[in-house]
Design a protein around this ligand. Structure first.
Ligand SMILES: C[S@@+](CC[C@H](N)C(=O)[O-])C[C@H]1O[C@@H](n2cnc3c(N)ncnc32)[C@H](O)[C@@H]1O
Length: 350
């Protein structure tokens, strides 16, 4: 275990898989680091310490309340002249990439922070009564109450099923539509309890857990953000640059896994094409096939780490100015490259 750089009272969010993130991102003095999900700055402090006073640090977060944590981070690591860019991370990364900003190490620690979960007024928790809000950025247009009160029954059922994997999605959506408008978390919890069969109320975990997760993902467009952020992050990495992503549920992890696998494979031709027509080369190399999970000791110390999965990949290919996917002369999928006349026929047929 690496020694912690943070005194225990310095943050109320405990950074998960911190030793693995630090070991695998391998930040060296003089490098540039982007922490896309700054939160309380726990991971940021560890990575900044590895810069040993030389390099550049950019922090991103859409929640304005992280400013106080950033101010103390800045006091501590002032020699790095850190900057906090407040905004949705995929948009910020796209802007940085468009401005040719490079980063040697990029971290995404997805989801909500303990500060967001534990502050009742933010409305993320089913355990306390609060306004039904759930916005990571309180200035965003749509709160959970807006969604619950305005979406159709069919849309709500889809959200509960898709993002919460909720078995009783239909029944809950029907019950919500029958009693709305809803404005408090406790009112939604009561509706969920009443809508599901009695044995399910006492099953795994809190009966409202999956619906609350689903609403939070939808309100903050968490999956859409991740899908856009990954290519932008890779575009910012030079050859040898590292990308680490910590996800907390299977929907996020599936997106990260698929993205890294495709970036590693290069060739995107359908399997039944006899020759490679895309010519794409591998862009990333994953450091491990399976995601890295927290140890039993970490979960005992910090139960919120239980579902965390870390995936790290290294950029293996880069030519300045080129987009992530492009046709090159040398395919690396092992198939012969089709001559241009064959390519046009295959494309016409596809
Ligand atoms: C799990 S916490 C990160 C904790 C941080 N690594 C630490 O050690 O304190 C996630 C943070 O990322 C922010 N966040 C999540 N998704 C975001 C997005 N799409 N754009 C910008 N910020 C986001 C949240 O507001 C929250 O502060």
């Amino acid at each position: 275990m690496l020694p912690s750089i943070l005194p225990p009272s310095a943050t109320d969010h405990v950074p998960v898989l911190a030793d693995d993130v630090r070991r695998l991102l391998e930040v060296r003095p003089g490098e540039s680091v982007v922490d896309c999900t700054f939160g309380a700055g726990g991971h940021a402090a560890l990575l900044a310490a590895d810069l040993q006073g030389r390099g550049r640090f950019i922090a991103i977060d859409r929640d304005p309340s992280v400013r106080t944590y950033f101010e103390s981070f800045k006091r501590r690591f002032g020699s790095l002249q850190p900057r906090l860019l407040r905004g949705e991370l995929s948009l910020v990364l796209e802007q940085l990439a468009a401005n040719d900003v490079q980063a040697d190490a990029i971290l995404l620690d997805l989801g909500v922070s303990s500060m967001q979960l534990d502050r009742p007024e933010r409305g993320f928790s089913y355990a306390v009564d609060a306004p039904l809000d759930m916005r990571m950025d309180p200035s965003a247009d749509m709160s959970a109450a807006d969604l619950v009160n305005e979406a159709s029954e069919k849309e709500l059922a889809q959200i509960f099923r898709r993002y919460g994997e909720e078995r009783y999605a239909k029944q809950i959506a029907r019950a919500v539509v029958r009693v709305r408008p809803l404005s408090r978390t406790s009112a939604l919890v009561d509706v969920i309890r009443a809508a599901i069969p009695a044995p399910a109320r006492f099953g795994e975990g809190h009966p409202a857990k999956r619906v609350f997760q689903a609403l939070r993902i939808a309100v903050n467009d968490e999956l859409g953000s991740l899908e856009h952020a990954l290519p932008a992050a890779v575009e910012m990495l030079p050859s040898g640059g590292r990308l680490a992503v910590i996800s907390f549920h299977s929907l996020e992890d599936r997106i990260v896994k698929t993205f890294m696998r495709d970036a590693e494979r290069g060739c995107t031709c359908p399997p039944d094409f006899p020759v490679c027509v895309c010519g794409n080369e591998p862009v990333m190399r994953a450091v491990s096939r399976k995601p890295i999970r927290p140890s039993a000791e970490e979960v005992a110390d910090n139960p919120r780490a239980a579902s965390a999965r870390l995936r790290v990949a290294v950029k293996v290919w880069w030519r300045a100015g080129l987009p992530l996917r492009r046709v090159s002369k040398r395919p690396s999928c092992g198939r012969a490259r089709a001559p241009s006349c064959v390519r046009s026929i295959l494309f016409a047929a596809a």
